[in-house]
Design a binder for this molecule. Sequence first.
Ligand code: SF4
Length: 260
Amino acid sequence: MLDGYSRAVADLFLNRWQNYENPGKLAQDIVECEKCPRLRAYAKIAARNRPKRFADWIYWGKPVPGFGDLNARVLIIGLAPASSGALRTGRIFTGDASSRFLVRALHSAGFANQAISESVEDGLEYTDCYLTAAVKCAPPGDKPTGEEFDNCSPYLDAEISLLRNLKVVLALGSMAFRAYVEHLTKSGVEVGRTKFAHGVVYRFPRMPALYASYHPSPRNTNTGKLTPAMLLDVLTRIKGELGPVEHISGPTRRPLGPVA
Ligand code: SF4
């Protein structure tokens, strides 16, 4: 039996996204996507010009789908894969400083089985939590264009439609926040005045609560704008809102990352 939110999403997307009842098919379509020539070209350049410390890596170099518990009640949305992180490792929030900061906090809050997120082979699994990015390709300077956001938004819509137990969305940074608000608007939700701020929470009828946090990028964490305690506080509030797990967690979807 679907609850109100799940029914609303299912009704909205069943016809449009019926091909995506299968998360594997969605992930495959994301990985093969070529809609943004600038970003696809940048991936090749970044892989070719990789830093010395990653000279031995075979870069993933493709779009990066979301990763986590398909029965999750919490969806975490970042901006985009990092050039030396997910673009390299093939798994979202894996292998860079932002990932380490975030996954340590997720482990402390009980959403991750370990505090390490370095490669697709590291054994990381999430419980009650699914991570994705608003834009699935790494952008130069961490700045996707408006057109690239728009091109990629159907994939975010489709991922959300597959997460049938969602109760909370946590947007990391103002761009991810805006991407999710646009998803709500497209879904017919009257969002009213929403403004990004760290720790803010918005509630909409029959929709997940929307929390916001500063993005755990080095420019925020190295300057103390976002501290481990601040992020853990947001995650702890979310955990408190969820209450006990009411469902059996699903498999952590295997990423389609590089194998060597
Ligand atoms: S950013 Fe999204 S829409 Fe653009 S090429 Fe990558 S996966 Fe496709």
